[in-house]
Ligand binder design. Structure first.
Ligand SMILES: [Zn+2]
Ligand SMILES: [Zn+2]
Length: 351
């Protein structure tokens, strides 16, 4: 094996280049993975622009990008004799490594590690090297084997799919529920399919344009075009005036939580999966309090990868309609542009 590999390296703001860099080597408990596919998301776009500089994403330049990916085990580091991972095993990788010792980590909520930001805490692709490269090294505990029946491209969507599994669990979605999904981007479309797989009897997707047709392909049985119909009114009309049991807000638009509050039934739940970029939202607290609406934040995907892998493996969720824009590494900036221009829901780079 040569000592260098090709990687998408952020050299400066808006300066993403394909370069030869040193191949990382696995330390004790770590695994070197041959990366096969890596998606690009809105966070990557903002990181390339330098919008997260104050947050330390990335902590310094140059930086290897990429955090939604799949690959194949290439080599095990020391101390992994008992691991089920072996060279050739296909995997997907989590990005959060908690400290495993703080109260939140000990409760299994390692996405909320109380030592986030301290040395040793790593968020791969954000504060530690990402996977838009031929090889990536990760602690073995962050890797989940996937069967060969899940393609590398579909595997690259497990990260976001697992986030929607976490959301569906947080709202305690019951079989037979009605669900409204705001925002038919990748998260909204995966939320639609995962809610159906979790037993939702009816999923209404709110958005505009051609993405609403894709929502139908992912399991939505009704849509509301917000350019024509006020969303809460449209949802009420589709639910006999009662409102939905659950709202999944996948927009990051600060106006949507108020619309969600107008669309949910008494005692219902609203999950917020997006970030508003620091903009505040106005909420009618009397509605939240007197009707006991659960408003829940959703961050990352603790303990949710195995469930998402199972949904893909069994065919309960089919992501094929979402795999429309695939690029080789030399065209990584085209992939980024396809995301910026909204031409692609999720551009994926193959390696
Ligand atoms: Zn992402
Ligand atoms: Zn912790």
């Amino acid at each position: 094996m040569t000592d260098t590999m090709r990687a998408a390296v952020l050299r400066g703001w808006n300066d993403l280049r394909v370069e030869e860099v040193e191949i990382p080597r696995p330390g004790p408990g770590e695994v070197m993975v041959r990366v096969l596919a890596c998606g690009l998301c809105g966070t990557d776009v903002k990181m390339v622009e330098g919008a997260f500089e104050a947050r330390g994403w990335p902590p310094s330049l140059p930086f290897v990008m990429g955090h939604e990916w799949s690959g194949e085990v290439a080599e095990l580091g020391p101390d992994l004799e008992a691991s089920p991972l072996r060279p050739g095993v296909r995997i997907v990788a989590e990005n959060h490594v908690g400290c495993s010792a703080c109260p939140m980590c000990r409760r299994g909520r390692y996405n909320l590690c109380e030592r986030a930001g301290s040395p040793g805490y790593r968020l791969y692709g954000h504060t530690a090297p990402g996977a838009l490269a031929e090889y990536a090294v990760r602690p073995a505990v962050m890797l989940h084997p996937i069967p060969d029946t899940i393609s590398p491209l579909a595997g690259a969507l497990v990260n976001q799919g697992a986030l929607t599994v976490h959301a569906v669990r947080r709202v305690a979605l019951e079989p037979g529920s009605t669900v409204a999904v705001f925002g038919p981007g990748l998260l909204g479309l995966l939320s639609t399919a995962v809610a159906r797989a979790a037993g939702a009897s009816r999923v209404i997707v709110i958005g505009r344009g051609p993405r609403l047709e894709l929502a139908a392909a992912m399991g939505a049985d009704a849509t509301v075009d917000y350019e024509r119909t006020e969303p809460a009114a449209g949802i009420k009309e589709l639910t006999g005036g009662r409102g939905v049991d659950v709202v999944l807000d996948c927009t990051g638009n600060p106006d949507v939580p108020a619309q969600a509050l107008g669309a949910v039934r008494r005692g219902g739940a609203i999950a917020l999966l997006g970030l508003t970029g620091g903009k505040p939202a106005v909420l009618d607290i009397e509605r939240v309090t007197l009707d006991e609406i659960d408003v829940l934040g959703i961050r990352s995907s603790p303990n949710a990868y195995p469930a998402m892998i199972a949904l893909l493996e069994t065919g309960a969720v089919d992501v094929e309609p979402l795999l429309t824009h695939v690029y080789d590494l030399d065209h990584v900036t085209d992939a980024l542009e396809a995301l910026r221009s909204r031409a692609a829901i999720r551009p994926i780079v193959t390696l």
